[in-house]
Ligand binder design. Structure first.
Ligand code: URA
Length: 425
């Protein structure tokens, strides 16, 4: 087989066979073809797409390039959750203990953030002592004892995806539905759960900008799941405005703690209750409304909060010592009116510039930096009201002006977009 012939075939938009995709991927991870040749292959896919069958072939080859996790010794329903990443997205920190408190196991391998949005692992790293990597045995043991475990993505899972995803990042070819679908699904399927709930973010602060593209990605992932007999459910949620009141690693952990104490942002509450209920109802095979009642009860009774503390303690984290040391800059509004929009992309760029994000995986981040929104979508503000607080260790020029410019304040109130757009099964 010759790489150039396979590339030309895809360039002509002809269908590839399993063994051709397998040849390209395996040759690349064994360094038998170089980055330039693989880039040509990736670009041919980027430009011409892949059929659903070819997308499944690529997913399968990437799964087989690494290890898979066997969760069959766990005698409880199991469900995995994935988010495609958004601004202020701390939903994993909230739903994992809620679902575990309902008697459903949540084995979660998460990534670090690249670019503007922070990953769950970066957020957890702001808790001193929290162990991000566990042996396979300890991971399963924690799932049996606590019910949820969140660790960083194993280097041994979907090895080919790691290399290809890094190449796609470098050449600017991330934004392709079959490539994204196979990348996410290879990791999720190799991680062992039979049910996978995906929170697919849509809008300015997400990498899926339109509902049309997000729907196509969701349908592709659901179909790939079906090849493996896995139940994949995708909820499309709005990411035009930030999720919750805090953006920044330590700040988001603190928002999760507040959430369990009953102090929550309305949209964050709505999405977290929805995703938890979907996970529980699917795993326990009960109605959504019954699962939702259970979720609300677990929150109100304090059981979910206790599970959150149990989980963090079990993984060695000390919540009394969160890495949150930063100076505060209070921003007051220079206008009166209603907040009709908050630019999540611009705000995440500010948080990134404050030091909360990274470009390369090895870059150091400032866990304490970020922003707190004192006012949010739909709120009325009067000139002089506190709009929010900037937490910083390194000042950004005009940060107060940039912060204020993220808020669209108008005389008339507009109805905010709904947080949950639709669910695709
Ligand atoms: N997340 C992934 O894991 N892969 C992609 O290709 C895009 C987002």
């Amino acid at each position: 087989m010759k790489a150039i012939e396979i590339i030309e075939k895809k360039q002509k938009n002809e269908k590839l066979e399993y063994k051709e995709i397998e040849y390209m991927v395996n040759s690349y991870i064994k360094n038998k073809i170089n980055d330039d040749t693989m880039s040509q292959f990736v670009w041919a896919i980027y430009n011409n797409g892949l059929s659903i069958e070819e997308t499944y072939f690529l997913t399968d080859v990437m799964i087989k390039s690494g290890e898979t996790i066997d969760l069959s010794s766990i005698n409880k329903p199991i469900v995995d959750k994935h988010s495609t990443g958004g601004v202020g997205d701390k939903v994993t920190l909230i739903v994992s203990p809620i679902v575990a408190a309902a008697g459903v196991c949540v084995p979660k391998m998460s990534g670090r953030g690249l670019g503007l949005t922070g990953g769950t692992i970066d957020k957890l790293e702001s808790i001193p002592g929290y162990k991000l990597s566990l042996s396979r045995g300890s991971f399963v043991e924690e799932l049996k004892k606590v019910g949820c475990a969140v660790i960083s993505q194993s280097e041994k899972i979907a090895v080919a995806d790691k290399k290809i995803y890094a190449l796609r990042n470098e050449i600017g070819a991330v934004d392709s539905i079959p490539l994204i679908a196979s990348s996410i699904m290879s990791k999720k399927i190799a991680s062992g759960s039979d049910i996978i709930i995906i929170d697919l973010k849509v809008g300015k602060g997400a990498f899926m900008k339109t509902i049309k593209d997000a729907t196509l990605l969701a349908k592709t992932m659901v179909k790939i799941g079906a090849f493996y007999n896995k139940k994949v459910i995708c909820t499309l949620s709005d990411m035009n405005i930030p999720l919750g009141r805090n953006i920044g690693n330590a700040l988001e952990v603190k928002e999760a703690i507040d959430f369990f104490k009953g102090k929550y942002d309305k949209r964050l509450y709505e999405l977290s209750v929805y995703i938890s209920s979907l996970m529980i109802s699917t795993a326990k095979k009960i109605s959504f409304s019954k699962a939702k009642k259970l979720v609300i009860n677990l929150l109100e009774s304090g059981h979910a909060k206790n599970k959150f503390y149990e989980w963090i303690r079990y993984q060695g984290g000390d919540l009394t010592k969160i890495r949150d040391k930063a100076k505060k800059y209070i921003v007051v509004s220079t206008k009166s009116g209603y907040i009709n929009n908050i630019d999540s992309l611009k705000l995440s760029q500010l948080v990134f510039d404050l030091g909360a994000g990274r470009i390369k995986k090895t870059d150091k981040i400032d866990y304490a930096s970020g922003v707190l929104l004192n006012k949010t979508i739909g709120d009325r503000v009067i000139k002089g009201d506190i709009l929010g607080v900037i937490f910083y260790n390194k000042k950004v020029e005009d940060m107060d002006k940039i912060f204020e410019s993220c808020f669209k304040i108008e005389p008339k109130k507009k109805r905010p977009k709904k947080i949950i757009i639709k669910t695709i099964k």
